[in-house]
Structure formats: C-alpha cells, structure tokens
Design a protein around this ligand. Sequence first.
Ligand SMILES: Cc1ncc(COP(=O)(O)O)c(C=O)c1O
Length: 461
Amino acid sequence: MKIRELLEQRRSENFALHEQYLNAQMVKVLKTIGFDRQYVRAEGPYLFDDQGERYLDLLSGFGVFALGRNHPKVVEVLQEVLSAELPNLVQMDVSLLSGLLAERLLAIAPPGLERVFFANSGTETVEAAIKFSRYATGRSKIIYCQGGYHGLTMGSLSATDDQYYRAGFGTLLPDFVAVPFGDLAALEQALSGRDVAAFITEPIQGHGVQIPATDYLPGAAELCRRYGSLFVADEVQTGLGRTGKWWAVEHWGVEPDLLCVAKALSGGFVPVGAVLCRQWIFDKVFNRMDRAVVHGSTFGKNNLAMAAGLATLEVIESENLVERSAQMGRHLLAELQQLEQYECVKEVRGRGMMIALEFAEPQSWSLKLSWKLVEAANKGLFSQMVVVPLLTKHHLLSQVAGQSMNVVKFIPPLTLTDDDCRWILEAVSDVVADLHRGPGAAWEFGKTLAAQAVRMKVGDR
Ligand SMILES: Cc1ncc(COP(=O)(O)O)c(C=O)c1O
C-alpha cells in the first residue's frame, strides 16, 4: 500500500467516511460554519487546501504545533529512528532515549523537579499527577479551579470544571473540590483541613485565557506548603515556550511540586506527555522493587515519542523560540489591543503566543439588538461570528476559547514571521470593524448561525 496513492485516490471521501464511521456531528458542525475544507498539505504555520489556498493556523491543533507543522529537523530525527532498527518497548528494560529526554527536560525544568514520568497524552499526565499526589501524601482530596481544563478521562474530568464535558457521564471521582480561580481565601479554606493531597491548576487557564493576578500563584504555592498539599502545575498547554517563558509558572517565580507537559513536546508528530516531579514524591510512589510498575502505560516511553521530544527541545533552543514567542507575542498583543476602542471588544489579553480577544455586549442600540438576538440563540455565538469570517474571508484558522464564552483565542506556532503577524492584524481588524458597521452582512450571517444553532439543539434532544 502506498499512502500517497491511497490519499490521492480517495481524496474527497473524508467527510463521507466520517459521516458513516466516525463522528458525524463533527462533519455537520464543519459544514454548518463553512469550515469543510480539504486540507492536503501543511508546512510550518500554514495549511494548504485542494484549491491551492494557503491558511495561517492560529489553532495549532489545540497547541500541539509550537514548531509549526512538519518541521524538517523533527522529520529527519523520526526517519532516523524508523530506519535504525532500534529495540522499542522491550518493557523489561530501560531505554536510553527515555533517559536522554528525561535528562533534557529536567535541565530546563523549574528548580526542585528531579524525576520524570512519561505518558502518552495530556490527560494521562494529569491522571498520573493525581495518583502520585494521593499516594505521596496519603491524602485523597484534590482541589481544582473553576474554569479550568485538565482533560477528559475520568480523573482529569473530575478536575475539569465544565458541565458541557461532564453531563451524563455519571459519577466522577470522589474528593474533588472546586475553588474560584484567583481566590486565595477560598483556596486557604479548602486546604486548611490538612486533608488535601494536591491543588491542581493551569498557570494561565486555557479556556478563556484567564491570567491570574500577580500574587495568586505564589500565594497558592505558599498555602500548599503551609498545609502539606502538593502544587500541581498543568502546563500541558502553557509549557515549552507558549507563553514566552519555558514554563508559564516562571512568570511568577513559582516552583511546583509536579508539572504536567504534553502537546508541543510531540513535535506535532508523536503523542507524548511527561510529569516532572520532586524526587521524594517519585521515591514514595515507586518505593519498593515490587512497586516498580505500579503506574505506567504500555506505550509510555516509546522510541518515536522520546525522539520527537528530544528533537522538539533542540529546535526550540536552536531557533530561540521561547524568546521569539515572547517578542512576537508582545508585538501582536500590543497591536491587537488597539481593537479595544471598538465597543464589542471588552479586552485583548495574553502572554507570549497565547492571546485572547474577549467580546461583550455593546452599548449602542443598533448593535445591542443584533447582539441580543444572536446571543439568545446560543451564548458565545458572537465569537463564532469572528472565527468564521477569519477563516472564510481571511484564511486564518482560530478557535472560540471555551463553551458559552465570547472569547476568541490564538495559539499559533511560535515560529510566526512579521508577514504572518501583519496577516493576523489586518484580518482581525477587518472582521472586528465589519461587525461594528451595524446591521449588515456580518450580522445576517450571525442570525443564520443563530437559527442553525437553535435547530442543532433541537436535533440533539
Ligand atoms: C491544560 C490542559 N491540560 C490537559 C489537557 C488534556 O490533554 P490531552 O487532550 O492531550 O489529553 C489539555 C488539552 O487541551 C489542556 O489544555
């Protein structure tokens, strides 16, 4: 079988196949909002469709493509691994590649982290962090933040504060308690019983791109220390340069007890995750020879994932991507903040290459009426009215930053050029300006979306 030939022969069948064998609702969504493109090639921050049109990807596969797509250095390393006839997943063995990646990760980790556990995805790192925290402390309770997102397997979901993901999936794990993000008094109250294994949070919440006040994370870490709870930083999205530092916790000088990383570590090729943690925690969990395999997964530490991780870290370093993310992010943010002059734009915020535009109900009557009509159908629909023309008119792929919120998020590759930034600024300015011209084509489209949203909801029942 030749993959290229197979893809060529059956090129236009992807939607039909997904309708028949996979998630047909996803096909419906893409068709409804006009996102049903046939992407056939990808390079760096660009996607190309079957018409030869180029798109700039500000979604990065939910934050996977920090290096852009198909980075030649990562491709080269993976090809080398594939042709090297290496022993892989021997299991009753310890591989050199995983040792090397652990060494490299710990060299750039926040101080105090000395051990690594490898997993295959973000959610698996969170599951491991929950289990390690419980075992190491002998306590059961986990405190998590409202508005946070940690993944969709049952343990991570128990720490993910979103009814959209939870409803109907039955009883979640016991002893999980939510506190408001940013509220140190609530956190102290939750921790003060000295029965909490860990407090888990994203340093910057991915949903909505919520950035905490300066004192929050240092205060939270200090409270955890005071009450004997572990501080787990979920950097699955924010890690590896995304926010303009290697780790987002560095913005606040915080030293977590456990740190979860995944997404970008894959180089955009091989699913991988890692939990970096303090030595004593690791030593407690894996405390005897007969507990050497007490937590793990068959595919953890596989050669391709480890090599992808090593290549990714090398590219981030050699191309100076952390610094680039900080600089380009600052520039983009400053330029985009000029849009705050528009009445629907409540705030433009971000750190590095993690930027959000938040929208809110306008004051003027003509816009207010249209806003109410659209938002009545589906809260957060206005942000779709930004995301859709960004793709259909300007070929920018972006996302709404969470359920029922009017926040549009950009998490592009860290490799963007000045031309890419100009593309973004022109496109976003045009779309936002269009929506402020009063009732017209942009809002008509919103009303069509609203009608479809109502119909989709009815169809769902
Ligand atoms: C902060 C955070 N934690 C955990 C996850 C779950 O990662 P995965 O989708 O690889 O399981 C995500 C995914 O978006 C995330 O953003």
